[in-house]
Design a protein around this ligand. Structure first.
Ligand SMILES: [Zn+2]
Length: 431
């Protein structure tokens, strides 16, 4: 029997509003806290949790950016001649997405979404590596680099496997007492919420299923570890969509032309523009100011959210809609979804949640990037607890290298050490 197991269970989109009035996990994780999310989709939230840094620092923000010089998609341009009846079909795009991912050696999540082939060679895709693996960040390190450097044996869900398969796999690792840290990722609730909305009776049913799984896992862990420190958390919440906004038609009714005067990515809650002349900038900005369902994000607001990029890599102008509005059609999809996230982090349904069986949750855990600090603290605690039990000397094999993890970004020095079925089968709706 081992001394300590920190068990981190990441339930995608299990937001504060969803569980606030639901008994979810109350009997085994009664200490609950609302956490501020990060501005962006899962493509930004997940890397923030895993690295303890914010989008401006790790630069994993939105998937598609205007970058024709680095676009890996040029070979797909001839597909623009195929009839739309074929190219707009989800099944065709999913198959092609898998082919492209393998061909381009992308290691993370990849989906062609609804980017038209006519314009696809204007864009680059920003998540070429897998943030759930060591070395998976665009900039800096993540929790898996930390665990590797510190020599802490751990379990992490495999995004190519389904939720149940991952549950079986972590249960086996716990039974073997091989690990000192477990990170489980369940994306199923996110996909369900996008499909049915946050008021569907299917949602509490899914929460009950997760409760059963966690109880089983806890019971298994408690027979192999004296202390199981459970943390169930999310990256964001989910808002029902009650209004559709056809922003694309409004922009395309203006004089400036896509690819000649400007380039845009229509995400489902944002539109991000790059301009090639002042007339396009002026006309499009004026048009957007007349759209009451959203606003142009000022630089100061982006800076405050730590999602400001001085090189305008993710767009020169960011237009964001209010909670409950969905941009349709967008480059993310032709058809509406019942619910979406990726609104302003201070909107009601954006907040994430943290639930634990630990009564003494540190006061400095207030936003989702802080979860990284919590994970490193817990991993260090388990490492030294499990080693002293084995009477093994507690040496830090990396010397002071673990000090590098802070990177000066979040001031996360603590104690002796600083600190999108599966993702392939449940589509991340940028995401
Ligand atoms: Zn989602």
């Amino acid at each position: 029997m081992k001394a300590i197991l920190p068990l981190f269970i990441f339930i995608d989109a299990c937001g504060w509003e969803l569980i606030r009035n639901d008994p979810f996990a109350r009997d085994f994780a009664p200490n609950r806290r609302r956490l501020e999310s990060v501005f962006g989709y899962s493509s930004a939230c997940v890397p923030s949790i895993l690295s303890g840094r914010w989008p401006a620092e790790h630069r994993n923000w939105c998937y598609f950016v205007y970058d024709p010089n680095h676009s890996p998609f040029k070979p797909l341009r001839p597909l623009r001649w195929l009839p739309k009846a074929v190219t707009s079909r989800r099944i065709f795009r999913r198959w092609l997405g898998r082919f492209v991912r393998a061909h381009l050696k992308f290691r993370g999540y990849f989906d062609l979404y609804n980017i038209p082939f006519k314009h696809i060679s204007l864009f680059d895709f920003t998540e070429k590596k897998c943030p759930l693996k060591p070395g998976g960040m665009n900039h800096g390190r993540n929790i898996f680099d930390f665990l590797e450097l510190r020599g802490i044996p751990s379990h992490v869900s495999d995004s190519a496997k389904g939720e149940l398969e991952n549950l079986e796999s972590v249960t086996a690792d716990i039974a073997s007492e091989r690990i000192d840290f477990a990170f489980i990722y369940w994306p199923g609730l996110d996909g369900l919420l996008h499909r049915v909305g946050n008021q569907s009776p299917e949602v509490p049913l899914k929460l009950r299923q997760y409760e059963q799984w966690i109880k089983r896992l806890l019971a298994a862990a408690q027979t192999h570890y004296q202390e199981v420190r459970l943390y169930v958390f999310s990256d964001h919440g989910m808002a029902n969509c009650h209004e559709l906004l056809d922003l694309k038609s409004r922009i395309e009714s203006l004089h400036p032309r896509m690819a000649r005067d400007y380039v845009v990515v229509y995400d489902s809650t944002m539109a991000r523009f790059w301009f090639f002349n002042e007339r396009a900038r002026h006309e499009i900005s004026e048009c957007l100011r007349q759209v009451p369902q959203g606003h142009i994000m000022p630089d100061d607001e982006l800076k405050e959210l730590r999602a400001f990029f001085p090189d305008r890599y993710f767009g020169e102008l960011i237009f964001l809609v209010q909670e409950g509005v969905l941009i349709v059609p967008s480059h993310m999809g032709e058809r509406p979804l019942r619910a979406m996230h990726g609104y302003h982090p201070r909107e009601r349904h954006s907040y994430a949640a943290l639930l634990t069986n630990q009564p003494d949750l540190s006061a400095d855990i207030v936003a989702i990037p802080d979860l990284f600090r919590l994970m490193t603290r817990e991993a260090e605690r388990a490492r030294s607890g499990n080693r002293s039990r084995d009477r093994a000397p507690d040496v830090n094999p990396m010397g002071s290298r673990s000090q590098d993890f802070d990177g000066g970004h979040t001031g996360m020095v603590t104690g002796s050490h600083p600190a999108n079925g599966a993702r392939t089968s449940v589509r991340r709706n940028v995401g």
